[in-house]
Write a protein that binds this ligand. Structure first.
Ligand SMILES: Cc1cc2nc3c(=O)[nH]c(=O)nc-3n(C[C@H](O)[C@H](O)[C@H](O)COP(=O)(O)O)c2cc1C
Length: 172
């Protein structure tokens, strides 16, 4: 059975997109001395040489102004145990100051952004290009540093966003 949905209805658009499973990251930046962060599943690898990634940032999100101002930012790739962080950094209107309290973090030496220590991998990026993308902005980052976090020997399951919910598949 095929159900055709209305492309002009954002709810129906999201119903189909929800069948595309993605990983989950927290993107972060320090702008004017304030630490900002946001849960995102739009992270995509763009290029290996040079190393580029992109993230799509909602123009209405507070993080939008922060990433534009900062010019450098960080990505923390979440593992299966980080549902709590994923939900928290997606909560609209959460207090900006102190939003990292309760999470172990390290400050990136290049970006100045706070990164989560309980991540599977981390990157620091300098903004290389910015493109309009409807109600989002496509921010392309040149990757400047890479961290692989292997506290349990590299067998941690990832955090997956699928059908509007967080999941963590058992790894093989
Ligand atoms: C799983 C998941 C993925 C998300 N991915 C993105 C994304 O890629 N880009 C984006 O702008 N917002 C994304 N969001 C929404 C933001 O996390 C959310 O709008 C933002 O944290 C709101 O914070 P603010 O009140 O500071 O604007 C996502 C939310 C969830 C739950």
């Amino acid at each position: 059975m095929v159900v055709q949905l209305d492309v002009n209805d954002p709810v129906e658009f999201r119903r189909v997109l929800a069948r595309y499973a993605t990983g989950v990251v927290v993107v972060s930046a320090c702008a004017n001395g304030v630490d900002h962060a946001m849960t995102a599943n739009s992270l995509t690898s763009v290029s290996l040489r040079p190393p580029l990634v992109l993230v799509c940032v909602d123009r209405r999100a507070r993080f939008h102004e922060a990433i534009m101002q900062a010019g450098s930012w960080a990505v923390s790739i979440l593992g299966g145990k980080s549902r709590d962080a994923a939900s928290w950094f997606a909560t609209r209107g959460r207090p900006l100051r102190g939003q990292f309290a309760g999470y172990a973090t390290s400050r990136g030496g290049l970006s100045g952004a706070l990164m989560l220590d309980d991540a599977l991998g981390r990157m620091e990026c300098d903004t290389e290009a910015v493109h309009p993308g409807g109600d989002h902005t496509i921010v392309v980052g040149r990757v400047r540093s890479l961290d692989l976090l292997d506290s349990d020997g590299g067998s941690s399951p990832p955090l997956i966003y699928y059908r509007h919910g967080f999941r963590s598949p058992a790894t093989e």
